[in-house]
Design a protein around this ligand. Sequence first.
Ligand code: LRH
Ligand code: MN
Length: 426
Amino acid sequence: MRIEKKQIEEVNKRDLKSHQDHYNFLGAQLTNQGHEVDEVVKKLSQFQVAIPSWALGAGGTRFARFSYYGEPSTLGQKLEDVGVLHALTKTAGAVSLHIPWDVPEDYKAISELASSLDITFDAVNSNTFQDQLNQKESYKYGSLGDRSSVVREQATAHNIDVINIGKKLGSKALTVWLADGASFPGQNNFQESLGNTESSLKKIYASLPQDWKMLIEYKPYEPNFYSTIIQDWGTSFMLANACGERATTLVDLGHHLPNTNIEQIVATLMYKGKLGGFHFNDSKYGDDDLTVGSIKPYALFLIFNELVYGMENNPKNPELSWMIDASHNLKDPLEDLIQSLDAIQEAYAKALLIDQKMLKEAQKDNDVTLCQEILQRAYRTDVRPLIAEARLIQGGAINPIKAYRNLGIRQNLINERGANSKASGL
Ligand code: LRH
Ligand code: MN
């Protein structure tokens, strides 16, 4: 399924006048406040987020999985769905593959399809948290950190295979997330597990092409429920430093214990030039993988405040990988991803409206009240006309959810693929 530009133009027609009124009104307001509105819109239009290939079908929990009809059952169909998201939002110009869930059968065909949809391949993800059919060694008790050198070698070899798959697709980054850990005290020797993990990561790093980066993702718990070897940003940061300059830390928003100050972690990693990228999602309790901005939109805004400051003041920090990592138990996966893309753009746009110079002044004067006023003036600005304009000037939809429904995309996918097609992934 492909969305043609003229289909979107048709849907936009009804909203064009009111959009222009809102945009002109907000533009005048922001210009009076000293903002370069065109600059903000340009930054929004250049901001591309990678869609996780494993989140284009219905997710599930250990209790149940309620299928969503017309799911993509091949990598080609997954790229088409990312193409639909990109055609409507113009901010989903990349996909992040998970191996072995998404090993291309025909690299040439997949690359041609991706470029015809104006999609690039962002980080590729290895998977040593599941056993594959006919796999020699099990990852039940660990992988890169396992006490058995045979298991570690198998897991290291898998990560190098993933790099080679990514190279054929033009990817420039490897994401390593390890489920490795223990569910009971005494099960593992912490130092032995950490040491094993460090030496395995170093071996993988040694195989990383010179123009690639390695993203080390941390997580406090699940599937292990007592300890996880790479449990927090500090452990990931330490391992990234042990590996080398192109090893960095990946922040998955759902991988933090309650009330963790994630924006401070972001600032700390950027200060040290070790922030590699994000897995955006939202959560109320654990790694809930909910729609971005659906639970804690202000926290996301504060994170983007640190990102905007860091992108301005930490030149040594590598270019960031912006990716979503979500799971859809109730919503149409494509609508859920559209809402996530919108929330990310909203947080970024609001953060771009923070008067950093005025904030610096107020901080210098310890004018705590004014500091909050400066942040919240930006946060309380309805930036939706800026995001719609950034989409519109690229041929996207003023209101993507409305366009998605008006164009009957889900029904078309069901007609094309049948109701019971099922996506690989989580
Ligand atoms: C682990 C994680 C990781 C992926 C997986 C799909 O919770 O966030 O990024 O490999 O989800
Ligand atoms: Mn993740």
